[in-house]
Design a protein around this ligand. Structure first.
Ligand code: SF4
Ligand code: SF4
Length: 123
């Protein structure tokens, strides 16, 4: 699984010189990793991926998600992050959604208990 460069990249160029396989490329000022050249640094003198180790950003360089949905979220997080200037847009969306869902669930549970109590007052 190759590594990839995200929208967090600040184009500091640090990873360019440390990649043992010259897999990091720059096109129109944007850094990207050629997955056909990236070896994850396996078989090199390094025990950790050098692009990740040297990157000054939080997740400018990450392992490419293998799962479809992981990939989907990574892509859309990046796009939504750019549009909204909020990097945690989806996390917040899920937090809000799961909170609402829990509220609805407990309300429905309460209603069900009330119905049981009314239909069977001895319980
Ligand atoms: S993981 Fe290693 S080989 Fe792959 S891009 Fe990063 S530094 Fe280069
Ligand atoms: S080290 Fe990180 S921030 Fe710098 S160019 Fe590479 S990916 Fe971008």
């Amino acid at each position: 699984m190759a590594y990839t460069i995200t929208s967090q990249c600040i184009s500091c160029n640090r990873c360019l010189s440390v990649c043992p396989t010259n897999a990091i490329k720059v096109t129109d000022g944007k850094h990207w990793i050629d997955s056909t050249l990236c070896t994850n640094c396996v078989g090199s003198a390094y025990s950790v991926p050098q692009c990740v180790a040297g990157c000054p950003t939080y997740d400018g360089c990450i392992e490419q998600p293998s799962d479809y949905w992981e990939s989907w979220f990574t892509t859309y997080n990046r796009l939504v992050g750019k549009l909204t200037k909020k990097q945690d847009y989806w996390e917040r969306w899920f937090d809000t959604y799961s909170q609402k869902f829990s509220e609805i669930l407990s309300e429905s549970q309460r209603d069900r208990n009330l119905t049981l109590l009314v239909s069977n007052p001895t319980h």
